[in-house]
Design a protein around this ligand. Structure first.
Ligand SMILES: [Zn+2]
Length: 217
């Protein structure tokens, strides 16, 4: 059975999933990331104030070649902007997809993508808050401390519509929560106190992004 599954996976290039349904996203990261971004085209990043970032994105319902191209473009754009995660609305596309290329707190690199992600509610005993610094390509040059659970599980679909799950700790858990938030219309600065939000926007106003951005009208 396993070998048939592996063969199918090689044919359709869907992500490898373990026995519990979690994507194996720590293997062949360099090769997979490279393959995506070489097929893709880098696009400029939308910034806070652009309406596409401030509303819930549409569900992915067409698991077609256009979706595969979008994922490739997102990997290319993420690389150009030197990001560890990127949501589709950050390149102006109103669809629930994010990509990531992010280390966890054990030093493992995680590379992958997910469609229609939903963050799983954690039992309270698993909710340990971590108040590290957070930043966002759509709030260029700004950083702020933000408390988030240090473990996260996201459920969604791969680009063929098959169910997948992603889990991670530390910085990668932060990434999974941050990117899922994007697809529901929330930026991390929306979770800050009024004062910290104002300070982040001030940092952004005073800085210059190191990657192409979409100007707000
Ligand atoms: Zn972001």
């Amino acid at each position: 059975m396993a070998s048939q599954q592996e063969t199918d996976q090689q044919v359709n290039e869907g992500p490898v999933v373990d026995d519990e349904g979690y994507v194996v996203d720590t293997e062949d990261c360099e090769a997979r990331e490279l393959a995506h971004r070489e097929r893709g085209t880098s696009r400029p990043i939308t910034v806070v104030g652009n309406p596409v970032l401030h509303k819930e994105c549409a569900d992915v319902t067409e698991f077609d070649d256009a979706l595969a191209s979008l994922i490739d473009d997102m990997f290319a754009s993420q690389r150009t902007a030197e990001g560890v995660g990127l949501a589709a609305n950050q390149i102006g596309v109103d669809l629930k997809v994010f990509v990531y290329d992010c280390p966890d707190d054990d030093g493992n690199r995680h590379t992958g993508y997910i469609c229609n992600p939903v963050l799983e509610e954690l039992p309270s005993e698993l909710r340990v808050l971590d108040d590290s610094n957070e930043g966002c390509l759509s709030v260029p040059t700004a950083y702020a401390e933000l408390a988030r659970p240090d473990y996260a599980v996201v459920r969604g679909q791969d680009r063929f519509g098959n169910p997948v799950k992603i889990r991670g700790n530390g910085y990668f858990a932060r990434c999974l929560q941050h990117e899922t938030d994007h697809l529901y219309g929330y930026l991390y600065i929306d979770r800050l106190s009024k004062r910290d939000r104002k300070d982040a926007l001030k940092q952004m106003a005073e800085g210059t992004p190191r990657y192409p951005v979409v100007p707000n009208d």
